[in-house]
Design a protein around this ligand. Structure first.
Ligand code: HEM
Length: 617
């Protein structure tokens, strides 16, 4: 509400008070002390009851109107009840707010609350601000795991929010309910919504476009870009061979460079620069953090404060500028991700606007960079922490990818142990450990899910981190890295694949999962075929996971590695560098992109013929 409206409201109250006082003076209204008290008590009491009725159960859609209503009531009571405006105002506020707060707390803890059947911590039942606090700390995923360990598969984590890790119920929730209000929060009301903010039919329309971008044929078109960037990564790491490197930083550069190529025609050159010069990674992380999403009713109010929404606006116009450059610089019909998001093939009845496609391009940057980077870093950490697994993985890669192009092999060959290690990594370190929420709308009837009634107005979390470590589904040793549990002849007592949901499930699951798996396999194959990886000397590997923080997507601390050995032949690496020079991989943005082609290692000599003499013994 604007300043003028607040001033208007205040004037009405003052005028009303003057009128009541004048009438009293002329004997039209007689309000003696007892009556005055009665009017005030009655006003406060009925105000509390009315407000209680309104606020006890559901969160409001926005905070501004309820806030003003609450703020305006005590002065209104004083106007009609009499009393000194200044001396009584504070007192009336205290009585009014405390009574209202108390009545709501009592109701939320009482058996009358629709979620009373679900156990949970008292503070969580009382206020959503507790979840906000946990989110700000970055360890919400660990807190929720501890709650599930204590209370079981259904926990009430907020006044109107439950967390569920009962696999059949989770499948139904993700398969049948719409996205929770959390997702609305990343969007500014003046900008077009990206796919993540949409539900229902609008979501299905957008999802159709994304699905086209992720077919097997589309992924094949993206392979040359993955190859180009993965080779660049290897070449840059090769350049840093004599000093420890922060693998997290380099993988972040790789993932963002690649998504820049795919979504906006190659706009970032972080690997080339060896740094995130524009601070894009930081901005993305800030954007994704979105802790306000925990209290969605605050969002519209916050967005109406000038300057607060600046980051969201800036990010949107940043996306639109990238989109314009992509259109100017890249030939129409180049089948990258933008080609599909902008529906350049003209398959939709209504072509998406540039703003819409740009919003989805930004989502691609956000959704595809930290998730993939986080998984790759965790993979390397797990493998280096388990030397036996490293041995088995290297043996599989050397056996299956003996003379072949490692990228083609990664894309097409069965690599069962690599897949098992990747699954085990995603099980123990899912990049979205708390996952997005779902909701039963206040206007919907209660939903019966796995025999439990989930009342209207409930938000539901299905945290992958807790689900994946639930001993009912993964046993024995649910907290240990044991890739063997994914092998076909596994002897593990419990192994329920339906409880493995790193990419979520249902109509809003991860649309990019096939691409993510392809990209990760290709990068891992070339890394393990090129280097012997080790933790850098002095690096505290055991402490590394404790630096993982849950800001929707996991963030990680540095992962210092050294690359003591190049496993490929020296001539092979030189050939690779030559290929990179020629391929245009190091061109800075702005230059026309060359037609991407799968590289061939044709000029790599047979290692047995020439390697020894070249290495100089
Ligand atoms: C290891 C990598 C990845 C993981 C673990 C992951 C995980 C997820 C999860 C859990 C969701 C759903 C959240 C929910 O249910 O509320 C999701 C949604 C999404 N992901 Fe991914 N993701 C990954 C990589 C990617 C990549 C590479 C892309 C794009 C190229 C992508 C694009 C998307 C999009 C667009 C959505 C929203 C889908 C919708 O609303 O319909 N993701 N992702």
């Amino acid at each position: 509400m604007s300043r003028r409206s607040v001033q208007g409201l205040w004037r009405v109250l003052v005028e009303a008070r003057v009128t009541v006082t004048t009438l009293r003076r002329h004997g039209h209204v007689y309000v003696g002390d007892p009556e005055r008290k009665a009017v005030k008590c009655g006003g406060v009491g009925s105000g509390v009851m009315i407000n209680h009725w309104f606020f006890r159960k559901y969160e409001p859609l926005g905070a501004t109107f309820p806030f003003l209503i609450i703020v305006a009531q005590p002065p209104a009571v004083l106007v009609f009840g009499g009393g000194s405006l200044v001396s009584d105002l504070l007192y009336t506020y205290v009585v009014f707010l405390c009574s209202l707060g108390l009545s709501i707390v009592v109701y939320r803890l009482s058996p009358l609350h629709p979620l009373a059947q679900f156990p949970g911590p008292t503070i969580g039942k009382i206020t959503q601000l507790w979840t906000l606090w946990q989110t700000l700390q970055g360890y919400k995923y660990l807190y929720h795991k501890s709650l599930h360990d204590k209370y079981g598969p259904y926990v009430r984590i907020g006044p109107n929010e439950i967390s569920v890790i009962d696999a059949p119920a989770v499948q139904k929730i993700l398969g049948g309910l719409d996205k929770g209000r959390y997702y609305e929060s990343g969007r500014h009301k003046l900008t077009p919504p990206a796919i993540v903010c949409l539900s229902g039919e609008a979501h299905a329309d957008r999802r159709r476009v994304w699905n086209r971008a992720m077919t097997t044929a589309s992924l094949k078109e993206y392979e040359p870009l993955i190859v180009k960037r993965a080779l660049e990564l290897v070449s840059r790491l090769h350049g840093h061979q004599h000093a420890p490197i922060d693998f997290v930083a380099w993988i972040d550069f790789f993932a963002l460079d690649l998504m820049g190529d795919l979504a906006f025609g190659g706009k970032f050159e972080m690997m080339k620069d060896g740094q995130d010069s524009d601070g894009l990674g930081k901005r993305i992380r800030w954007f994704v953090k979105n802790v306000v999403g925990q209290v969605p009713w605050l969002i519209s109010t916050l967005q109406s404060i000038p300057g607060v929404d600046q980051v969201v606006r800036e990010f949107n116009s940043f996306g639109q500028n990238l989109a314009k450059k992509r259109i100017e610089n890249v030939a129409m019909g180049t089948k990258d991700l933008w080609y599909h998001l902008a529906d350049e093939a003209g398959l939709e009845n209504e072509k998406p606007s540039l703003e819409n496609s740009a919003a989805d391009g930004i989502v691609a940057l956000v959704a595809a960079s930290d998730t993939v980077a986080s998984t790759l870093c965790s993979f390397i950490w797990f493998i280096l922490s388990h030397p036996k697994c490293y041995g088995r993985l290297q043996e599989e890669l050397d056996r299956i990818i003996a003379d072949e192009d490692p990228f083609a092999a990664a894309a097409r060959q069965q690599l069962p142990y690599l897949s098992a290690c990747l699954n085990e990594t995603l099980r123990l370190h899912p990049p979205l450990p708390s996952n997005g929420t779902r909701q039963v709308y206040p206007t919907q009837p209660a939903q019966i899910i796995a025999g439990k009634s989930i009342p209207s107005g409930t938000t539901i979390s299905t945290p992958a981190y807790s689900l994946h470590r639930n001993p009912d589904y993964f046993f024995p040793s649910p907290d240990e890295f044991l890739p063997e549990r994914w092998e076909s002849d596994s002897q593990f007592t419990r192994h329920y694949v339906s409880a493995f949901l790193p990419f979520s499930s249902g109509p809003s699951n991860c649309v990019g999962q096939s691409f993510a798996k392809l990209e990760m396999r290709m990068v891992l194959c070339i890394l393990f075929k090129s280097f012997e990886l080790r933790f850098a000397e002095g690096f505290d590997a055991k402490a590394w996971p404790s630096g993982m923080q849950d800001f929707f997507v996991i963030t990680r601390g540095p992962l210092d590695l050294s690359l003591p050995e190049i496993l490929g032949t020296r001539k092979g690496i030189e050939a690779l560098a030559k290929f990179l020079q020629a391929s245009g991989a190091f061109t800075k943005s702005g230059r026309p992109r060359k037609k991407a082609e799968l590289p061939v290692f044709a000029d790599e000599p047979d290692p047995q013929m020439s390697d020894d003499e070249d290495d100089g013994g």
